[in-house]
Design a protein around this ligand. Structure first.
Ligand code: SF4
Length: 460
């Protein structure tokens, strides 16, 4: 079979969502063509030649872009079997089917894709996580690693980044998280030789840093420790980063120190909010005090912390937002926070565990298929006005390629103006530390920008 796998967006990484199914399908003898739409376009003139066209919907932005592409793909390739697959698939299957998809699959769908390609279509599609035969991802045909997001060091130096995952799923049940309705508190470890062989092939292509994309690197500390031990032994010059939740950092300070000795230079952590009431509603498993503890542990280990936030929720107050900026300033995090993180508005996709929160459903409007989520308006219209102003200012900053400190200052002024308070002059702390960061800001749970959605239009 001729199979086209396409990824609309994977936050600046060479898409594993293409490379792993490509390996399984090619090993079975299928002809696979991979397209990363963040760096290329669909072969529109040849689309009708493919038997299966599969779009990865691994995150919200990718799903929004896929939705714009589906009707045009269906028109150009009327006989092809159209598939959407990934984390956002199952909850939105009826929408994607309505737009032209024949089959919608969840993550861990490699076996179902192979069934389709082998002609075993009578098997029911696996919309729940299935056992996957993990093989080394096949990255042939994807753009060079050098074209993807790179690591920027405190001195401005750049490193080519490999992307790997050592586990899938997550053992936690944070209410707002899209991983939860699919994995329901389960995770599984990938075979270590597969992970290391994939890292090896990316190092051969020039990578000197590995970005581990596990939902949480310390869901299985033994797996993280064994992989990083082998990584450091074989490639002592290679650095890495990982995502680790606040509570895991607080529980395992010794592991954070060990990871630092093995080359960990950056940890992404979902801080979300400094308000305990909001953290409780999100069921994050940490408190505002824990955030300060985690920051101290990571800083003492000599590692950069990249915090992520959900600053605008139905429970956010104007003063709470102002205090969030104050906390970021107090923690010397201004350089560490990607500005889009300060604009993110809580997403409520179909199937979200937030819908189980007593009374929360009443805060929401009817499900909006075109946005893949339940809209909500804040009871205090000034909070929504501030969110819109922050979002617009951040998009301007992105276009101007403005420095993070300048953008933070503008948001600081907006937040204080919203509270009818004079904005104190921002003073850079003497103890401020330069940080490592990835060149692509973290957009996985943010609404796509107009520029990102334009990928779909540019692909015609
Ligand atoms: S937010 Fe992170 S820790 Fe919480 S369920 Fe999602 S992946 Fe797991």
């Amino acid at each position: 079979m001729r199979v086209l796998l396409a990824s609309p967006y994977e936050i600046g990484r060479q898409p594993l969502a293409l490379a792993h199914p490509a390996a399984i399908l090619r090993q079975a003898g299928h002809h696979v063509h991979c397209v990363d739409l963040s760096l290329g376009t669909l072969p529109w003139d040849d689309l009708a030649e493919f038997d299966i066209i599969a779009l990865s919907v691994v995150m919200h932005t990718a799903t929004r872009i896929a939705a714009r592409l589906l009707p045009r793909i269906r028109e150009k390739a009327p006989r092809a079997h159209l598939v959407c697959y990934g984390l956002y698939g199952p909850a939105h299957a009826s929408i994607l089917t309505g737009l032209g998809a024949n089959t919608v699959l969840g993550p861990d769908c490699e076996g179902s894709l192979l069934d389709l390609a082998d002609g075993r279509e009578d098997k029911p599609p696996a919309n729940a996580p299935a056992r996957v035969r993990f093989v080394v991802p096949d990255r042939r045909g994807l753009p060079d690693l050098g074209r993807y997001a790179h690591l920027i060091g405190p001195d401005g130096g750049k490193k080519t980044v490999a992307f790997a995952e050592t586990t899938r799923g997550c053992k936690h049940l944070c209410r707002h998280c899209p991983v939860v309705p699919i994995y329901r508190g389960r995770f599984r470890a990938l075979p270590r030789d597969v992970v290391l062989d994939d890292i090896s092939q990316q190092i051969e292509q020039g990578a000197t840093h590995v970005s581990f994309g596990d939902p949480d690197f310390l869901n299985g500390p033994a797996q993280a420790l064994r992989i990083t031990e082998a990584l450091h032994e074989r490639w002592p010059h290679v650095t890495f980063d990982a995502t680790i939740k606040v509570s895991h950092i607080c529980e395992h300070p010794e592991i954070i120190r060990t990871l630092a000795k093995r080359g960990c230079v950056m940890i992404t952590s979902a801080v979300e909010s400094f308000e305990d009431a909001v953290l409780a509603n999100l069921d994050k498993g940490h408190t505002a005090a824990d955030i300060y503890t985690a920051s101290a542990i990571v800083r003492a280990a000599g590692v950069s912390l990249m915090p992520t936030f959900v600053p605008f929720t139905p429970w956010t107050t104007l003063d709470g937002y102002r205090q969030l900026l104050q906390s970021i300033q107090d923690l010397d995090w201004v350089d560490a926070v990607a500005p889009i993180q300060l604009a993110i508005r809580l997403l409520v996709p179909a199937g979200s565990y937030l819908l189980d929160l007593p009374g929360f459903r009443d805060e929401l409007g009817p499900f909006a298929a075109e946005r893949f989520g339940f809209p909500w308006a804040h009871r205090d219209t000034r909070v929504d006005a501030l969110q819109e102003a922050v979002q617009q200012r951040v998009e301007v900053a992105e276009e101007r390629k403005e420095g993070r400190r300048e953008t933070f200052g503008a948001l600081w002024d907006l937040a204080h103006a919203a509270c009818n308070l004079p904005a104190p002059v921002l003073v850079q702390s003497a103890g401020v530390t330069a940080v490592f960061r990835l060149s692509e800001p973290w957009y996985c749970c943010a609404e796509p920008t107009t520029t990102q959605l334009a990928v779909a239009d540019a692909s015609t």
